[in-house]
Design a binder for this molecule. Structure first.
Ligand SMILES: [Zn+2]
Length: 323
């Protein structure tokens, strides 16, 4: 008797991570391959190879969930906007389903990470969650009442572009001034730090320098925490979440970051909003994207027998034509 499994796939600009995941979010097999050049069809072909390989090891999967690094419409499985892989307008869920022979769904990668922390990680059991991911830029996802909030065009959760300093530093991504990302994204921070003649391979070096008391690094890290705190306070005032989860490599820095963030939120958010609000590091690390993609597949295809043979898109058209 083989395990009841789905495949979760996290498609990034440089790597595709995939795993066979059970209903409780446990990964029983994992693969990582390079993202091929050649657009969405080449990427989907590679995903299908990895899916076949994983199923040879772990057994037949019920469905495939794919985290894709663009805004998208998860209901139709279609990408809405893409300046990374050239997949705008493409029905990626349909392509994956045809290539793997399994039902498939897609979810934005940052939203998938938020869903994963909600289902299996740091926010397990919470009703509403805001996730901030501190990477090259600052991404995020919002889970409200147990559902990912996508917004009208799949663009919700862009917490990196919350304004924390009108007229402030220019955002390297959107070009506007004063975005959170200009103060808390690794690309912006490293540019500033190296621009002053310092050496750093990554954010860890800047955080370590701050721990040693090096002046610019201390300024950068305390500004980063302050600006994250301001953004979290605003998000908390608007959404009143139970928990705010902060992920990405630098979130492992611990109290040097979380202490000042919590202090800023306490100072800036309404007292009834900040009281009892948990602000915690993410738990799932680099696996969050693929686990959330798997979670999306479990939610969509985990119960109905009919869904085993139909993609969401074809199921929708069936429903439409039978009514
Ligand atoms: Zn911006």
């Amino acid at each position: 008797m083989s395990l009841d499994l789905v495949l979760g796939v996290d498609v990034g600009g440089t790597a595709i991570k995939a795993g066979a995941v059970d209903r409780r979010g446990r990964m029983v097999a994992k693969r990582e391959v390079a993202t091929p050049p050649g657009g969405p069809r080449a990427v989907v072909a590679r995903v299908a190879e990895v899916a076949a390989d994983l199923q040879r090891e772990a057994g037949r999967a019920r469905a495939v969930g794919v985290g894709w690094p663009t805004p998208l419409d998860p209901e139709r499985g279609v990408v809405l906007f893409d300046n990374k892989l050239g997949s705008a307008g493409v029905n990626v869920a349909g392509l994956v389903s045809r290539a793997t022979g399994r039902p498939a769904c897609i979810e934005n990668d940052a939203n998938a990470a938020a869903l994963a922390e909600y289902l299996y990680g740091a926010a397990k059991g919470a009703g509403s969650v805001v996730l901030l991911t501190l990477g090259t830029g600052v991404g995020g996802g919002i889970v409200l009442g147990g559902e990912v909030w996508h917004g009208r065009d799949g663009a919700a959760g862009e917490v990196g572009h919350v304004k924390v300093h009108p007229g402030g530093r220019r955002c390297l991504f959107c070009g506007r001034r004063g975005c959170l990302e200009a103060y808390a994204g690794a690309q912006a921070i490293l540019k500033r730090y190296r621009g002053a003649g310092n050496k750093a391979d990554g954010m860890k070096d800047v955080v370590d320098a701050a721990r040693r008391g090096e002046r610019l690094a201390v300024t950068i890290v305390s500004e980063m925490a302050e600006m994250i705190g301001m953004a979290v306070a605003d998000l908390a005032n608007v959404l009143n979440p139970e928990i705010v989860v902060i992920g990405g490599g630098v979130a492992r820095a611990g109290e040097i970051l979380f202490g000042p963030i919590r202090a800023a939120v306490e100072r800036e958010a309404l007292p009834n909003v900040s009281k009892g609000l948990r602000i915690v590091p993410a738990k799932l690390g680099n696996d969050a994207g693929l686990l959330g993609a798997a979670g999306c597949a479990w939610r969509r295809f985990g119960t109905s027998a009919s869904s085993r043979t139909l993609t969401t898109a074809s199921r929708r058209s069936r429903i439409a034509s039978s009514s």
